[in-house]
Design a protein around this ligand. Structure first.
Ligand SMILES: Cc1ncc(COP(=O)(O)O)c(C=O)c1O
Length: 413
């Protein structure tokens, strides 16, 4: 018996491999600040549970495969607020943004088809594309350039007859990059001229700071037939466990085929759709305080990072992540040392090494992703711990160099 090459080519989640080390650190009595969490620490709006509680049904039955009418209409009305007019047939409700991504990629990719993705990227894209038989073709970005990727030459140099789509996260995970209007127009033009789909993962859409408006590829009319948007209640409404997402596209051929996959899994959870419909109907100002809080957290993290010698980062305009290049050769080795050997007053810190966010072998080894999903004071302390740990790590390395030199001299005598 043999498993498929497709599944064996998929890497295990990069976070899971550190679990046993964080558990040991906690067992040893250390307080660990977790900077690796992709779930907002905001309460899910009460309307979610109220909608479920107030529902009088006796049987939790299957619903329509494309999603319940209440949920589809709530999504439709939400998008209208932002000048995007989707018909019911152009909206497919899924089990999280994750399932939307899987379905979309399965609809687009044949074996060996290529999907261009800016790296570093959300690691599950690797799993989704490989599981479909496709290949990720990375557009490499750099900490020094603020991880920006909307460069016509860079994108066009990667396009081959096998290229089917550009897969983008906007605002970005893990970088927090938000595309400008000009960058979106440019990417749209590249997609149009080369007949590519744009898969726009917008699950962090409203996490945009500095008073900038949120924008969506769905607002660009002349690429409407090649754009598919991925959305979710997980981040914006702090409802990760609801497992409700949506795929939206004006390309009816695509949505009709997405529906075939939706039919194969019967329906998205009936009760979670009830709650999620109520979330999509929350007033637009629901998010204002949450956005302001995350902006303060981002600023706090950046202020603390600026105190560390040798780090490279740019203030990210969106999402709740920042990718940072540290003055270390191997961030994973540094993290393991942090969890096993370092503490300051009984406290240490956990982040996500960024190497697994890259498809190109060897890139990202010095980089980490910080999720700023803790209170401002905890974030300041957590970044301070990184600063103190870096100093201790470098002292340790220079002591090792000195002792190696002493041994070498002793051997030479
Ligand atoms: C960029 C991005 N897309 C999609 C998802 C999946 O979200 P969900 O399946 O919870 O909607 C995540 C989750 O972290 C993400 O970061």
């Amino acid at each position: 018996m043999r498993l498929s090459k497709k599944i064996l080519s998929i890497k295990a989640s990069p976070i899971r491999k550190f679990f046993k080390y964080t558990e040991s650190a906690k067992k040893a009595g250390k307080k660990v600040y977790f900077l690796n969490i992709g779930q907002p620490d905001v309460s899910t709006p009460p309307v979610f549970m109220e909608a479920i509680r107030n529902d009088g049904r006796d049987i939790v039955e299957y619903g329509p495969s494309a999603g319940s009418i209440e949920m589809i209409d709530a999504v439709k009305d939400y998008y209208k607020r932002y000048d995007m007019d989707f018909a019911r047939e152009e909206i497919i409700v899924t089990c999280g943004g994750s399932e939307a991504l899987r379905f979309i990629i399965d609809c687009i990719c044949d074996e060996g088809d290529e999907v261009i993705v800016p790296e570093p990227f959300y690691t599950n894209y690797g799993a989704f594309v490989r599981a479909s038989g496709g290949v990720i073709v990375p557009v490499t970005t750099r900490a020094e350039d603020g991880y920006r990727y909307a460069d016509r030459d860079a994108l066009e140099s990667l396009i081959t007859p096998r290229t089917k789509a550009l897969l983008l996260t906007n605002p970005g995970n893990p970088t927090g990059v938000v595309l400008t209007e000009g960058e979106m127009e440019l990417i749209g033009a590249v997609a149009r001229e080369n007949d590519l789909f744009i898969i726009s993962d917008e699950v962090y859409r409203e996490f945009v700071y500095d008073g900038k408006p949120m924008s969506s590829f769905g607002q660009i009319k002349d690429i409407a037939d090649r754009t598919v948007i991925v959305d979710s209640v997980s981040k914006r409404f702090s409802a990760c466990g609801a497992r409700i997402g949506v795929a939206l596209s004006k390309n009816r051929e695509l949505t009709e085929n997405l529906l075939k996959l939706a039919q194969s899994r019967l329906c998205a959870p009936t009760l979670d759709q009830l709650g999620s419909a109520a979330l999509y109907r929350l007033p637009s100002d629901y998010f204002d305080d949450i956005r302001a809080e995350f902006e303060r957290r981002r600023n706090a993290v950046c202020e603390e990072l600026a105190k560390i010698d040798g780090v490279v980062f740019s203030k990210p305009p969106g999402a709740f992540y920042i990718t940072v290049k540290l003055p270390v050769n191997d961030a994973e080795e540094f993290l393991l040392w942090l969890l096993q050997n370092f503490d300051d007053g009984g406290e240490t810190v956990m982040f996500t090494p960024a190497e697994d966010f890259y498809a190109t072998e060897g890139l990202g080894r010095s980089e980490i992703r910080i999720a700023y999903v803790l209170s401002e004071s905890e974030l300041r302390r957590a970044v301070e711990l990184i600063r103190l740990a870096l100093a201790a790590w470098n002292r340790r390395l220079s002591e090792r160099v000195v002792s190696a030199a002493v041994i070498e001299r002793a051997n030479a005598v």
